[in-house]
Write a protein that binds this ligand. Structure first.
Ligand SMILES: [Zn+2]
Length: 172
């Protein structure tokens, strides 16, 4: 799912979801569809980051940075109302701080090296959380609410810096 350069369409149906439409109106079906949609979001985000296309997308994605310029979150609006991807890039945390702020199980499941290189991940805005957790070496477990992301999208912002206390300021 990463590393190739095949063309993809944002509107490709997800695997196992042949027509790309909503599934049956059963709670179980909805949960399955939701996780399928989020898996698809993660695939698109991985394709964009592994090919470097993320930074050439137009319109530009909305990106949240820390004050030291780590990218914390990429927000990509899919065409045709297909949703908004929230992509958290891979990040690395210095050893002492990493051990102090994570569990052994979390490190095992969510890092690339079993230790402190955290995997990138993605989901669709509104599908999973109401908050996205941001972390880098400079800020930890700062929660960005969906409402803040919506507000920045509506104002067509593309660069926003998040401070340690969770407040943010607009660069452009
Ligand atoms: Zn940082």
């Amino acid at each position: 799912m990463s590393g190739d350069d095949r063309e993809f369409s944002f509107n490709d149906p997800a695997p196992g979801d042949p027509d790309g439409e909503d599934g049956p109106p059963l709670p179980g079906g909805w949960i399955q569809l939701t996780s399928e949609r989020n898996r698809r979001a993660a695939e698109i985000y991985a394709a964009l980051t592994s090919t470097g296309r993320l930074r050439t997308l137009r319109p530009e994605p909305l990106t949240y940075w820390c004050a030291a310029r780590c990218s914390l979150l990429d927000v990509i609006t899919l065409p045709d109302g297909a949703g908004v991807i929230l992509g958290v890039p891979r990040f690395k945390i210095s050893p002492g701080r990493n051990d102090a702020t994570s569990s052994a199980a979390g490190r095992k499941n969510n890092t690339e090296d079993g230790r402190r290189r955290w995997k990138q991940h993605a989901n669709l805005l509104g599908d999973v959380n109401r908050l996205t957790m941001l972390s880098c070496d400079h800020l930890h477990h700062v929660f960005l609410p969906d409402e803040a992301i919506q507000e920045d999208l509506e104002a067509r912002r593309v660069e926003v810096v998040v401070r340690r206390d969770g407040t943010r300021y607009v660069v452009r």
